[in-house]
Structures are given as structure tokens and as C-alpha cells.
Ligand binder design. Sequence first.
Ligand code: SAM
Ligand code: DTB
Ligand code: SF4
Length: 354
Amino acid sequence: MDALSLPNSQQAAPNWTVQTILDLYNMPFMDLMFRAQQTHREYHEPNAVQLSSLLSIKTGGCPEDCSYCPQSSRYDTSVEREKLMPLDEVVQAAKQARAAGAQRFCMGAAWRNPKAHQVEAVAEMIRAVKALGLETCVTLGMLREGQARQLKQAGLDYYNHNLDTSPEFYGQIITTRTYQDRLDTLERVRAAGIHVCCGGIVGLGESRRERAGLIAQLANMKPYPESVPINNLVKVQGTPLADNEDIDPFELVRTIAVARITMPATFVRLSAGREAMDDSLQALCFMAGANSMFYGEKLLTTGNPQLQADQALFHRLDLKPVTQSGTDHAGTQPSESGDTAGKCACAVAAPTSA
Ligand code: SAM
Ligand code: DTB
Ligand code: SF4
């Protein structure tokens, strides 16, 4: 395909070298923030945040050795192995998330890769959650081609599969699947017509250059992911990274800013790690270009801020919800629903019961 026949998004997307991204990271903090805000305002409504709720539908007992993860069977953590959650419990949790104000419901399973009957069971869940009017996202590990198509047919909007870190540092964190395995799954998801949610983690012990290496991988995808979760390591007792040194919080903010500049139309999600952040740090992350977050009191197995705390944060910052996440890469503005536009997110959140 020649350059002229590429869709708009891909023609516009430059190739990023790790050094160019590192140069962004190394900018004076205020200059970096200004540039990120400029980009953010060109592509997004500046006071809107996309709200996703998470549910672990299959917890623990995972054969992989991801050294940050409390669900790996190789580490002695307090997470117990559980069976796949029944459909009615998933629907109940999705109704609660919707009532609390979430727009997207993300279901995570601690699998290396799902088996055929498991994909069928998850497809049922996707259909049921979609029927509630929520956007759907799942993260199930590696997928084969037919499986991605099956999930798409069930109505899946997003598939989350993270690269986690740079190709160079990756081998120090995970040995049971390769970087290429992850890229292959992402290709299959894209080919099936599912939106890609792909990001990584900071605080694994990586260098700034390695953080830049992760962003380069993401930003050079054609097209780049529609959703980019930036997780701050949640240190869980029993995992090999439990005693890692905390990353400088401004380094997290810089990572968000660099993601915003290099992937202007994407939704950058301030993901795991918010429980350990105060409101000021979260506000800086939003200023740097984060416009999505996990909303609800639990991530998969670890905690997330209480709904009341988040609603108070939205109120203090005048943030309002995005209800449709404008998922193409042509630089279109995300749209808001008519009935919530202009109100802060705290105004649409209802009690947690369905
Ligand atoms: N098993 C599937 C997989 O790995 O693709 C899906 C679930 S997995 C828990 C999803 C992502 O959560 C990981 O890729 C990682 O980026 C993030 N994650 C897991 N444990 C984390 C932790 N302790 N702190 C921050 N992020 C974490
Ligand atoms: C993502 O990037 N972060 C979420 C979601 N995708 C699946 C998971 C965070 C997990 C944090 C540790 C836990 O709760 O088990
Ligand atoms: Fe398993 Fe996913 Fe955890 Fe890795 S991150 S151990 S694949 S659940």
C-alpha cells in the first residue's frame, strides 16, 4: 500500500525514534506540560474524562510469571485461585458499574490464553454487558485469530493487552511469553476490527530510556492504540517486585505527557496505582493529558479509590464524563451525551446499587 492510499490517521502518524521520545521526556517539566496541554486541547474536550470499571471474572492461578502480578501461581500472594465467574454475577456487577456512572465495563481473566469453551463463555458475558448499554472490554491473555473474530461478533468494543515495558527491559519482567507473542495478539485484535487498548507499567525498575522505548512501540503502531493505560506499579506482597523503589511521581506525569504528545487522539488512562496518589498528583496527570481512568473500588485484585473520593475529585476539578470515546484516529473530538454535557462527573454518578 502506498502512502497516499493509507487512511488519514496513518498518513499523519510520524515514526518516533526512542531518542526523539527521550528528548520529550527530558524537556523542562513546565515546557513539557504546556506542550502536552496544547496537544490535548487540539484533540479532546479538556474537562472530560472517560470512566471504565473493572471486574476480575477469573482470578488467580495464572501460569505466567509476570513479576508484578499477584495472580501468578508462581508467587505466594494472598490471591486465591477462583473459577470463572457465573454470568449472572457479571451482569450484576456491570449494572452496579453503570449505575455508578461508568461508560465501559472491562472484564479481566488470569489466563495465559483462553480455551475455546472459555471464549464462548466470555462471549456470552460480552453480549449481556453490551445489552445494558455499556461499552465492553476484555483482557484474556493471548488470542488466536478465530478467537478475536468470535469476540468481535459477540459485540466486543476493546481488547486490552499490554506491552508492559520496552522490548529491551521486558525479559527482566516476564519470561513465559515473548514481546512478539504480545505484538501478534495485538495484530489479531486489530485485524478482527476490535479497538486496541494497550499500554504498560512504570515503576518496574526500568530506566527513563526504557519508558521511552515502551512509548515508541505504542506510538509507532499503525494505527496507534485507541486506549493507552499507564499503570503505576501496585507493589503486592509475595511478588518479586514487592520491594521496588517508588518511581518519582513527576516521572509518571512525564510519561502521561509524552504519551499524549505522541498519540494525540488516544485516550490515555491513568490506571493502576491511583489509590496511592493524592488529588494534586491526579490533577497533574489530567493536566498532562490523561483523560480516562478506572472507576470503582477495585481493580482486578487490588484496591482503587472509593467512589465518593473520585466523585469529590471530579467535583473539585470540574471534570465531566465522556460517554462516547471517539475512537477513530482522524483527530475528531470525543462526543459527550447531551444530558450530561456541562455537568461534572459527580453529578451523574448515582448510588452503587443496580
Ligand atoms: N492475563 C491477562 C494478560 O496478562 O494479558 C490479563 C490480565 S493482566 C492482570 C492485565 C495487566 O494488568 C497487565 O498486563 C499489567 O499491565 C497490569 N497489572 C497487573 N498487575 C499489576 C500491578 N501489580 N501493578 C500495575 N499493573 C498491573
Ligand atoms: C490495565 O492496564 N490495568 C488493569 C487492566 N488493564 C486490566 C489491571 C490493573 C491490575 C492491578 C493489579 C490488580 O488489581 O490485580
Ligand atoms: Fe497472568 Fe496476566 Fe498476571 Fe501475567 S499479568 S501473571 S498473564 S494474570
